[in-house]
Design a protein around this ligand. Sequence first.
Ligand code: FAD
Length: 278
Amino acid sequence: MKIVAFKIEGNGIYAQDVPAFAEAIKGAQADVVLVPGNSRVKRAMPAAACRAGAEIDTNVVELAIEGDKVTASRWAYRQRILVKFSRAARPWVIVTDPALFGEICAKAGVTAAELPAGAAAATRTTTNGVVAAGNGGESTIKPDAQLLFVAGAGWTKKQADGALHLEDAAATIKDFLAKSGASLGSSKSLVDMPEAAAALTFMSHMNQVGQTGSTPRHAKGLATCCHGEEPHVVGWRFINERRAVNLDANCGWAQGKADVLYVADAFAVTKKVAELLG
Ligand SMILES: Cc1cc2nc3c(=O)[nH]c(=O)nc-3n(C[C@H](O)[C@H](O)[C@H](O)COP(=O)(O)OP(=O)(O)OC[C@H]3O[C@@H](n4cnc5c(N)ncnc54)[C@H](O)[C@@H]3O)c2cc1C
């Protein structure tokens, strides 16, 4: 039983990644190929596995190896059922949950290697450079970030001094994002607010998390100035470690929806954390 793991990070170009990954799978001559399920891998690896004649499964959270038998586990039916399954076909590409890649490799007794140099097969695509698309500025949605930072409508509400602090809110959130590298999520109330759209120009409906928004998969989440109502929190179903900062000790997060609720002013807390991050 030969198991090989590849460390694949950063951004790639689909047209170049597919042949490169396919060559790496073929060249490894392994029974099982382990890769981390980041957005780059999820985009190109299925096509690469198909090209290499391999079987592929994604979102694997655990691997058990007994002799020649490999059993993988993944959640199904919205995290309600943990399915254990095996495949006879080889090679078998197993895409792990990105946060569990290191742990799964360690249990399998393999060290993740870089992709072999020159693995890229001939392609007619040449890249002269990367041109920023549109004029939307830097993207605040980062699927591979460790932390999801959610901003709620409270950032645009009157504060203790009876005044609005929209510019301060925008600067504080931007500073925190720059220093933490977190991905920015939002509540529906905030992205629907015209005054927020004018002040928080780095945010759009694309940031909305929840029932009618997105369901991101970051390892950790921090909600600020967000009440934690069910239609919002349902979008957190894949986020296991949850914390929230809210002035209201009875907000939704306090009703079993967060692990830790800091009853505090999110303006002050976010500024302080950004300051500590340096
Ligand atoms: C069919 C349907 C679908 C929906 N889909 C979604 C969805 O996809 N996503 C979504 O988010 N919502 C959705 N909603 C709306 C949802 O029910 C809530 O109305 C919304 O999430 C509330 O947003 P909020 O918590 O940011 O705002 P608010 O409810 O206004 O809460 C603001 C919070 O900020 C706090 N606050 C104020 N100032 C501070 C401060 N200085 N420091 C700390 N805390 C402070 C307040 O205590 C308050 O808890 C949906 C609703 C319906 C009916």
